[in-house]
Design a protein around this ligand. Structure first.
Ligand SMILES: Cc1cc2nc3c(=O)[nH]c(=O)nc-3n(C[C@H](O)[C@H](O)[C@H](O)COP(=O)(O)OP(=O)(O)OC[C@H]3O[C@@H](n4cnc5c(N)ncnc54)[C@H](O)[C@@H]3O)c2cc1C
Length: 507
């Protein structure tokens, strides 16, 4: 589909949606949601441009060319292409949202394969049939994973109100019935379907909560209560009135799901694996997304410095700030590249990004997003939040006087300086700026979740063995070496990744 086709395709659905207290009759025509629809549209239009074909499309195992955002990764090259594709779409849109579809599809491919191997179920075949339909119809899927959760210290089954978690309330011969609440779903009003997945590892008592399935957004019993996407209609929102992201609370009020769309129903241990592998894929994608956003900050910062009449080559404190920004963006992006290169193979014929590098990259960006905003503020100056509103640009009593004094370097029009300043405000100091901070901090899991994964996966025993060897004390009695540093696991080491290399030489 083109972006326009995608927008039109939303007319085939009649979801129950509320935004700012009002019912939305037509999602495709909603001004409040238009920037979100436009942002996802970027993933459709770029995939049709020849110059981006390698990044934005892939060939599936059935030989069909599909959008990269709904492809399942089969090689480390796929992971790298996805990382770059996500960076590309986020350079254009700030956040194109649709990579969540990719992350969930790849995770479900792996989890359903594992469920069948361990439980003799038939989820994988079912899921692959579903995947083909999604790819053929070029759909966008929302990820309904984060439950409302209630009291965080309690497990799902211990909550005073059971509806704070989505669960199976009935198993019927033809399907299951779902009830509960997913609290934060990106793009909820304007995706085609939701992929429902568990958001935490479950105990044996939580069997009914270990559920994964696909549900059309207009299935009977679903209510979506959403925020506007970006800053629609705000004149000062030079960027986020055009591209934005809505998030929705999605309530499931006894929603029926036929078995053909159910991919997990009670296998708690596999549910834990699904949560973890999704998190690894998603954190890897977050790295590409925030690098694309970082590119916008680097560009806006450099333009602001120009407009202010400063030369980073001469004013070293300004250059230092920009180098800090570049180092942050390319530093966490490099973790994404490493996570792609050192991917591990999964028995389902797919790959998983290296968990340590994917989690370190996401942890870095979660913390550094605030420093990235600081650099943009540092080099730009106070005008970012002090500039009179856009209506003043056309006020006959003030416009000329302001134009004469608010300029910077003589050969750069005042209007351009003000436009870049409003862009920096939009990206860093507006509601949308706060959105970029908080999605970076909590999206894909809060920092503590990444720290746990880094600690769980990092090969500490390999490092202690190194020192034991140096101390010449032998290694008996040491913890077994169960994992090794990527690239150091055999004598050959990993083969460098090229476009023709589809497999690593080891691991
Ligand atoms: C803009 C945005 C878009 C998002 N999009 C999606 C989406 O499309 N789909 C989706 O499923 N999710 C989405 N998320 C949700 C995201 O995954 C969660 O925000 C994240 O997992 C944290 O959960 P929470 O927001 O409920 O915070 P909380 O769980 O309330 O966490 C708050 C703090 O408490 C800590 N904490 C929580 N529980 C415990 C505990 N038991 N013990 C100790 N400490 C604890 C956390 O570490 C954190 O520091 C999105 C989030 C944002 C901000």
């Amino acid at each position: 589909m083109t972006a326009a086709d995608y927008r039109e395709s939303l007319r085939e659905y009649t979801p129950r949606v509320f935004v700012d207290g009002k019912a939305v009759d037509s999602v495709a025509d909603s001004d409040a949601l238009a920037p979100g629809i436009a942002a996802i549209g970027v993933t459709y239009d770029l995939a049709l441009q020849d110059q981006y074909a390698n990044l934005m499309t892939a060939t599936n195992t059935a030989g069909q060319v599909v959008n990269r955002m709904i492809h399942v990764d089969e090689t480390p090259h796929d992971l790298l292409a996805k990382l770059e594709a996500v960076r590309l779409v986020c350079q254009e849109s700030g956040c194109a949202q649709r990579y969540l579809s990719h992350d969930a599809l790849t995770a479900l491919h792996q989890a359903t394969f594992r469920a069948d191997a361990e439980h003799g179920t038939e989820y994988h075949q079912r899921f692959v049939a579903y995947l083909r339909r999604v790819q053929e119809q070029d759909l966008t899927l929302g990820v309904a994973m984060t439950d409302a959760k209630g009291d965080r210290s309690k497990h799902p089954g211990q909550q005073a109100n059971p509806d704070v978690y989505v669960r199976i309330t009935e198993r019927r011969p033809d399907g299951i019935v779902l009830r509960g609440t997913k609290a934060i779903v990106t793009g909820a009003p304007y995706v085609h379907e939701f992929l429902v997945m568990p958001c935490r590892t479950m105990t044996a008592e939580d069997t009914d909560y270990a559920v994964a399935c696909a549900v059309p957004i207009d299935a009977a019993g679903i209510t979506i209560v959403a925020r506007p996407a970006g800053r629609p209609g705000e004149k000062a929102a030079t960027f986020s009135a055009r591209y934005g992201q809505s998030t929705g609370v999605v309530m499931f009020d006894d929603v029926f799901v036929p078995w053909e769309n159910v991919f997990l129903a009670g296998e708690t241990e596999v549910g834990g694996f699904l949560t973890t592998t999704y998190a690894t894929h998603h954190r890897h994608s977050c790295i590409g997304a925030r690098a694309g956003f970082g590119d916008l900050l680097i560009g806006a910062g450099a333009l602001m410095i120009d407009a202010n009449g400063l030369d980073p080559a001469r004013h070293s404190h300004i250059r230092d700030q920009m180098v800090d920004l570049i180092t942050m963006v390319e530093g966490f992006y490099a973790c994404g590249v490493a996570a792609s290169t050192y991917a591990t193979e999964h028995e389902s014929g797919t790959v998983i990004p290296d968990a340590v590098f994917a989690n370190i990259g996401k942890l870095l960006l979660a913390n550094q997003i605030y420093d990235m905003h600081r650099v943009a503020h540092y080099v730009s100056g106070g005008l970012v939040v002090a500039l009179p509103g856009p209506d003043e640009d056309h006020n006959p009593e003030t416009a000329a006087a302001l134009d004469a004094v608010l300029g910077g370097r003589g050969d750069i029009p005042t209007g351009k300086r003000l436009a870049v300043s409003r862009m920096v405000e939009d990206l860093t100091a507006s509601y949308q700026g706060g959105w970029y901070s908080i999605i970076s901090l909590h999206g894909g899991g809060s920092p503590e979740a990444m720290k746990r994964e880094i600690w769980r996966n990092y090969p500490i025993p390999e490092k202690t063995q190194l020192v034991e060897n140096l101390l010449n004390r032998g290694v008996s009695g040491q913890r077994p070496v169960t994992a090794r540093q990527p690239g150091k696991c055999c004598a050959t080491g990993c083969q460098p990744l090229t476009s023709s290399t589809t497999e690593q030489g080891c691991r």
